[in-house]
Design a protein. Structure first.
Length: 177
């Protein structure tokens, strides 16, 4: 199986979705948004190669952290990230957030890009637009970007914005309180 080009793996981040998460930073992005926070992520060759198994083992190192795919744009390597998402869903209870520069509508129109949708929980979509930057926004940089509940959106056939319900998942000590 082809390996994924990965810029970084960060454990216990709390800025890429609710709770503590393991963030997988994909290398490679062609959106080239002016003001991008991470332009070194644009070149896929800047990453190190990991197999799906190796990434899954890294994710499993933290029993309680959920997972975020970010970058770069993970959908530029959608085949590999879909395999990773399937493995996570088959073998854990972890939620998956995925950031992308594509809009949800663009993804739906693409058979290739949309293959990942059934296996992720939340999609943060759209390019970063610096004129729409708002530092008060949670988990996104500009106000055009949407935090989409993918399961509900696929069932309803409309964009359903995430309502915050995943915050306590996989944090047993908090759930028991
Ligand atoms: S999609 Fe994200 S990583 Fe890619 S250029 Fe835009 S802000 Fe940067």
């Amino acid at each position: 199986m082809d390996k994924l080009s990965i810029l970084n793996i960060v454990h216990d981040t709390s800025v890429d979705g609710p709770g503590f998460r393991t963030a997988i930073y994909a290398a490679g992005c062609t959106h080239q948004c002016p003001g991008c926070h991470n332009p070194q992520s644009w070149d896929k060759d800047n990453g190190s190669l990991f197999s799906v198994d190796e990434l899954f083992d890294k994710i499993e190192e933290d029993e309680f952290a959920n997972v975020t795919f970010t970058g770069g744009d993970p959908l530029m390597q959608v085949e590999g990230f879909t395999k990773l998402a399937i493995r996570i869903k088959q073998e854990s209870q972890k939620t998956i957030w995925c950031y992308t520069g594509y809009s949800y509508e663009q993804i739906l129109r693409s058979q290739r890009l949309s293959q990942i949708l059934p296996f992720i929980d939340v999609l943060v979509d759209g390019r970063y637009i610096s004129s729409l930057r708002n530092e008060d926004l949670q988990f996104r940089g500009s106000s055009n970007q949407r935090i989409i509940d993918i399961n509900k959106s696929l069932i309803n056939g409309n964009v359903i914005i995430w309502n915050g319900n995943h915050v306590l998942q996989n944090i047993p000590s908090l759930i028991e309180l």
